[in-house]
Design a protein around this ligand. Structure first.
Ligand SMILES: [Zn+2]
Length: 430
């Protein structure tokens, strides 16, 4: 659910933070933790299990892909997914008040809860044909990669750790969450971490999203989106000429906005994507509006561009009220926040990034750190150490109707092992 907050108030919202408070240092270096996991009997058992589980992974990927999950309409998929979580033997399995499907795998105790999330929603609207088209191991369907493969991978990981009776120190909360894409505005994870029943317990966070498993997302691009409505008295274009005009105020705001200086590094961007309003060519409009998008890799830069934007809207309105007649009423502008993806960063030196890095190296993958906009933005902004890891498999055309993912057996099996090892190492194996 997207909630509107008055733009003038957002100035006071906290824009933070570099995660400095890491969890207590582990007794062992991440490399040796990963080595120990990979050398264990349980790991050999889990690996053997993953091989035998391949067909089920593929079947579940197809079944889940073919349950539509448009933004704000994830219910059917969440219902199916929560049953699948229950079948894996998790406890406290439920759909929360926001619509997230979740369940807990108990640890031995002594470690902080780890949330592992993969988003259920897709960008495709109701009525999209979601039938999977198979050409060998190349499967195509809207949403099959982003992020249905992520939620299918998560099930395969849970089954493998259950089959091998892997113990972890921490409780692991597995979540198929709603609202990652677009106007969903990260609502599932916002609820989970700000209002849900585990909000005070989750101290580490892993999102499964994106393809390449060598890629570790440890920075969240923040974005702020507004719909600004400019209102005025309106009137006849000829007879009432001289009255304030909201189109002039908005035009002036757009011109000022277009000339804002933003840094190339850290990458900071802005856009006006939609303008609308007015009723006829011979009327001074009573209302016009624009939709605005601002993004930055840096919380400080996003804050700056946001403040500059709100100030220039106010300035443009004041100017229009100053140069034309307000005898029938003034121009007013009301910036409503329609999107708020918080920014943040997990330092490369933090244990969670070091652990994911150790896994990537152990599997011989090409390591890359990236900054992106994923569910991890929310915990990063709150100071909770978070990374987003890949779901694996070559794939492409994400967010397009011909989206595809390759489920070649070897690569698919390996991808489950990589994700499983990251989760185990972060959750701690006693
Ligand atoms: Zn995604």
């Amino acid at each position: 659910m997207s909630r509107s907050i008055s733009g003038w108030r957002v100035l006071s919202l906290a824009f933070c933070c570099v995660v400095t408070a890491a969890v207590s240092p582990r007794a062992q270096a991440p490399d040796s933790v990963v080595q120990r996991i990979r050398a264990s009997t349980q790991y050999a058992q889990a690996s053997a299990f993953i091989e035998t589980d391949y067909d089920r992974f593929v079947n579940e990927l197809i079944a889940l892909t073919e349950i539509p999950a448009p933004q704000f309409k994830e219910q059917a998929r969440a219902k199916a997914y929560v049953e699948m979580l229950r079948q894996q033997g998790l406890v406290d399995v439920e759909i929360d008040a926001e619509g997230n499907a979740l369940g807990v795998r108990k640890g031995t105790g002594g470690g902080p809860m780890v949330a592992v999330v993969a988003h259920l929603d897709t960008v495709f609207p109701d009525g999209t044909d979601v039938k999977v088209k198979r050409q060998g191991t190349r499967f195509a369907a809207p949403g099959i990669g982003d992020n249905t493969r992520g939620i299918a991978l998560m099930l395969a990981v849970i089954r493998a750790v259950q089959a091998a009776k892997f113990q972890t120190t921490s409780d692991v909360l597995f979540v198929g969450n709603v609202g990652e894409e677009g106007e969903g505005d990260l609502r599932g994870v916002k609820f989970l971490l700000r209002q849900g029943k585990y909000k005070d317990r989750i101290k580490q966070f892993i999102a499964i999203d994106g393809g390449e498993q060598g890629n570790i997302t440890r920075g969240g691009v923040g974005s702020l989106r507004y719909r600004v409505i400019f209102k005025g008295p309106g009137g006849h274009s000829y007879g009432a000429f001289g009255l304030v005009n909201p189109a002039f105020a908005m035009g002036s705001a757009i011109a000022k906005f277009s000339r804002l200086n933003v840094p190339i590094e850290p990458r900071t961007t802005f856009n006006i994507g939609v303008v609308r309003g007015g009723t006829s060519v011979n009327s001074i409009p009573a209302e016009v509006s624009m939709d605005v998008d601002m993004r930055s890799e840096s919380c400080a830069e996003l804050k700056k561009v946001n403040e500059a934007f709100l100030a220039l809207v106010k300035h443009a309105v004041d100017e229009e009220n100053g140069v034309r007649s307000t005898r029938e009423g003034k121009i007013e502008a009301d910036p409503k926040l329609i999107g708020d993806r918080p920014c943040g960063e997990t330092p490369a030196s933090s244990p969670i990034v070091q652990t994911a890095t150790a896994v990537v190296k152990a599997f011989g993958l090409t390591l890359n750190y990236s900054i992106s906009s994923t569910d991890s933005n929310v915990p990063m902004n709150m100071g909770i150490p978070a990374v987003t890891i890949g779901r694996g498999g070559p794939g492409g055309r994400a967010h397009a109707p011909d989206e595809w993912t390759d489920v070649d057996r070897k690569g698919s099996v390996e991808a489950v092992k990589v994700a499983m090892t990251v989760i185990l190492a972060v959750a701690g194996v006693p």
